[in-house]
Design a protein around this ligand. Sequence first.
Ligand code: SF4
Length: 229
Amino acid sequence: MKIGGLQQVSLIDYPGKIGAVIFTRGCNFRCPYCHNPELVDPDRYGPIIPEESVLSFLDKRRGKLEAVTVTGGEPTLQPDLEKFFEELKKRGYLTKLDTNGSKPDILEKMISKRLVDYLAMDIKAPLEKYRQIASVEVDTAKIKKSIALIMASGIKYEFRTTVARSQLGLQDLVSVAKLIKRARLYVLQPCIPIKTLARPVLSEIPYTPEEFSIIRATLEKVCPHVIVR
Ligand code: SF4
């Protein structure tokens, strides 16, 4: 695993649990609002943290930490992701995987082998706008397949969308909500233009809390459980 970051304690990444967060390096998308450019842009890559030192840290924290979230970058690009999750399960940790949903074949394996306890998938945009938001060609059939797999998995999950005014309007979000009708949880994440992959996003004017209330109320007519986080 190419690990580009380790957050030793987080109270917010795994719902209801105290956990660590592991950041894998490398991503196949280039979302302009990405707030982890050092994990996405090879020119900004930092040093790799050896996997052994991360596992040794987790060995020492057994009984204190309950969960491990693996996020990115895009973790499903890591060829040894499955093996790494086996190591986490051997140590008794609850596991959460964050993904952009571009690799349903990997998700299918992780789900069928019961290696993951919580899945969080980013849905970038309505399918027809994926190319624009991800800034690369995206096979949207794979996005749809990942959504279906996750919803049928029996595992706790959430879908999430980062909401930037310059990228997505209300009708776009309604289209996303229609893709995930009856989803267990749909999380709207305001874009925070502090550190981003693309500079123009830094001058983004975020939606106001009042605007988010309207967005949320509108989406809840389609998808019953919507929160702003
Ligand atoms: S926000 Fe986009 S570019 Fe950044 S890690 Fe997630 S999928 Fe990759």
